[in-house]
Design a protein around this ligand. Structure first.
Ligand code: 5AD
Ligand code: SF4
Length: 484
C-alpha cells in the first residue's frame, strides 16, 4: 500500500482545476496485503449527508469486512466507530460534535475502542483544530481523498497514542476496484465523478471534495454490468455535478455515458444525481427521452428564483434560462417529474427577492423540493457577504416556502389516485416490516401490501391513497409482471 500519509492543514485554500486527467490507480494493486486486524471485531458507521457519503460508507464497510471486521448492531458493541460527516450546513456539523461527545463514556468502558471522523468535515482545518483541542479521544481523522487508505490508517491508529490525521487537501487519483458492501439488493449507487469546480458562493463542497474527476466510462460500465449480474435492478449514477462528466476526459460526455449504462442488459432503471441547470444539453434531454431504462425524474437544483441572488450565488444561469430549460425538458419527456433544491435567506436576500422564489415555485410546480436555510460556511465567498436578515425572518420564509411546496406535492399525489403505476418493489417499509415499499419511475414512494417475493420486481400497482410525501398502492390482482 502507499506509504504516503500527508498531514496537511491548508485544505480551505482554493484549488482551481488543472486540465490534466486524474491518474487512475487500482485499489487491489495497492492493497495487496490487507491487514487482518479486524478479525473478531465489530464496526459501526454513522453516515451524515448526501448519497455520495452513503456510498462512501458502503466502500468503508467493504474495506473493513476485508480486514475481518463484522458490523455491530449498536455503537455500544463496536470496536471501531466511524463518523462519516457532512459539512454542507452547520447544524449537521453540530450534530456530529454532539455525538462524538456522547461516545466518550464508551471509550472509558472499552479503552481499545477506535473512534474515527472522516468525510467532508475532516477536510476543514477548523474542525481538525477543534478535534485536537476538544476531543482527544478521537483516534483517527481522515479526509475524503484518503478514503482508500482506511486499512493502513486503522493499523496506525491502533498503534498510536495520539490522534492520527490523514487529510490530503487535494485529490491524488481516481481509485478503482474499491470493495463495497452494498446495503441494498435491488438498487445501487455508482460513482461516476468526484468533486466539483463550480464554486457556488455558499457551498463548501469544492473545498471538501476537490476538483472534478471523472471515472473512465469503461470502469463505470464494467461496474454496472457486474451489478446487473448480481441481480441489481436499478442504478443511480452519482456525481456532484454530473453534467460536467467527461470534461476532464475529453472524448466522452454525460449523455454518452448515460446511454451506455441504460443499454446494459438486466438494468431496468437508471437514475442520476445531481445535475445542474447551466449545461443541461439538448443531447442529454434526448438521451433521457429515448432510453427506456432512464427514469423520468430530474433533480434540478434552482436555489433561488431571483436573478440578483442567482448571480451572487455564482450559479451561472438566470431565472429565465432555468424556466426555458424546464420547458425544453417537459416538451420532450412526457410525464417527467422535476425536483429541486432551494436555499432561503442567502446573504442580502430581501422579502421581494424571496417572493421571486415563491413565484418560480408556483410557475414550475416542482414535484418536490428540498429546502434549506442558508448556513454560513467559513472559507466560502458568501461567508464574507453582508447578511442582515434576522433568523426569524428567514425561518418565516422557509415556513411559507414549505407550505407552498407541500400543497403542490400533495396535489400531484392526489391526481394519481385511481391510476396504475409501475413500481419497483425495493423492500420492507422502514417503519413497518409487514408493508412493502417501492418507487414509481418518477421516484415517488409507494407503500403496498404484498408478499416478500415481490421484492426486486417491477409490478403494476394501483394507487389507492395519497399523502403529501407518499402514496399507498395495491398490486393489481392479475399481476402483469413488467419484468422478471
Ligand atoms: N447553506 C444552505 N444550504 C446549502 N446547500 C449547499 N450549501 C448550503 C449552505 N451553505 C444546499 C444546496 C444544495 C444542497 C445539496 O444543499 O441547496 O443543492
Ligand atoms: Fe456546491 Fe454548486 Fe458544486 Fe453543487 S454545483 S456541489 S452547490 S459548488
Amino acid at each position: 500500500m502507499s506509504e504516503l500519509i500527508q498531514i496537511n492543514d491548508i485544505s480551505l485554500e482554493r484549488h482551481r482545476p488543472g486540465p490534466e486527467r486524474s491518474q487512475r490507480v487500482d485499489y487491489r494493486a495497492m492493497a495487496q496485503a490487507v491487514p487482518a486486524v479486524g478479525v473478531g471485531k465489530r464496526y459501526w458507521i454513522r453516515t451524515y449527508g448526501c448519497q455520495m457519503n452513503e456510498h462512501d460508507s458502503e466502500i468503508m464497510a467493504g474495506m473493513l469486512q476485508e480486514m475481518g471486521y463484522r458490523p455491530a448492531s449498536a455503537p455500544e458493541e463496536a470496536d471501531l466507530i466511524l463518523f462519516n460527516t457532512c459539512a454542507v450546513r452547520e447544524n449537521a456539523e453540530d450534530k456530529v460534535f454532539g455525538e462524538i461527545g456522547r461516545i466518550k463514556p464508551l471509550k472509558r468502558r472499552h479503552p481499545e475502542l477506535l473512534l474515527g471522523l472522516c468525510g467532508c468535515m475532516a477536510q476543514e482545518e477548523k474542525v481538525r483544530q477543534f478535534v485536537r483541542d476538544t476531543f482527544p479521544h478521537v483516534d483517527l481523522v481522515f479526509g475524503t481523498h484518503n478514503l482508500h487508505q482506511l486499512p493502513e490508517l486503522v493499523v496506525q491508529a491502533m498503534a498510536s497514542q495520539e490522534t492520527v490525521f490523514a487529510v490530503w487537501d487535494r485529490p491524488g487519483q481516481v481509485v478503482e476496484n474499491l470493495p463495497k458492501l452494498r446495503q441494498d439488493g435491488v438498487k445501487a449507487w455508482v460513482n461516476i465523478q468526484y468533486g466539483c469546480n463550480k464554486y457556488c458562493t455558499y457551498c463548501i463542497v469544492p473545498f471538501t471534495r476537490g476538483r472534478e474527476r471523472s471515472r473512465l466510462p469503461e470502469d463505470v460500465v464494467a461496474e454496472v454490468k457486474q451489478l446487473a449480474e448480481e441481480g441489481i435492478r436499478e442504478v443511480t449514477l452519482l456525481g456532484q455535478n454530473v453534467n460536467d462528466y467527461g470534461l476532464d476526459l475529453g472524448d466522452v460526455d454525460f449523455a454518452d455515458l448515460l446511454q451506455q449504462v441504460a443499454r446494459i442488459p438486466g438494468i431496468e432503471r437508471v437514475r442520476f444525481t445531481t445535475s445542474n441547470p447551466w449545461n443541461f444539453t439538448d443531447k442529454l434531454i434526448d438521451v433521457i427521452a429515448a432510453e427506456e431504462a432512464i427514469c423520468e425524474h430530474i433533480h434540478l437544483p434552482v436555489q433561488s428564483g431571483n436573478n440578483r441572488i442567482l448571480k451572487r450565488m455564482n450559479r451561472g444561469y438566470t431565472r429565465e434560462t432555468y424556466l426555458q430549460l424546464v420547458e425544453r425538458i417537459r416538451d420532450r419527456i412526457p410525464g417527467v417529474s422535476l425536483t429541486t433544491d432551494i436555499i432561503v435567506g442567502f446573504p442580502g436576500e430581501t422579502e421581494e427577492e424571496f417572493q421571486d422564489t415563491l413565484d418560480l415555485v408556483r410557475t414550475v410546480q416542482f414535484d418536490n423540493a428540498f429546502t434549506f436555510l442558508y448556513s454560513r460556511r467559513q472559507g466560502t465567498a458568501a461567508a464574507r457577504m453582508k447578511d442582515d436578515t434576522s433568523l426569524e425572518a428567514k425561518k418565516d420564509r422557509l415556513r411559507r416556502l414549505n407550505e407552498l411546496q407541500a400543497a403542490i406535492s400533495r396535489r400531484y399525489h392526489e391526481q394519481l389516485v385511481g391510476k396504475t403505476e409501475d413500481v419497483l418493489v425495493e423492500g420492507e417499509s422502514k417503519t413497518n416490516p409487514e408493508i412493502l415499499a417501492g418507487r414509481t419511475r418518477t421516484n415517488r414512494l409507494v407503500l403496498l401490501q404484498g408478499s416478500r417475493e415481490l421484492i426486486g420486481r417491477t409490478i403494476p400497482v394501483q394507487i389507492v391513497g395519497a399523502q403529501t410525501w407518499l402514496l399507498r398502492g395495491a398490486p393489481r390482482t392479475a399481476i402483469r409482471e413488467v419484468t422478471g
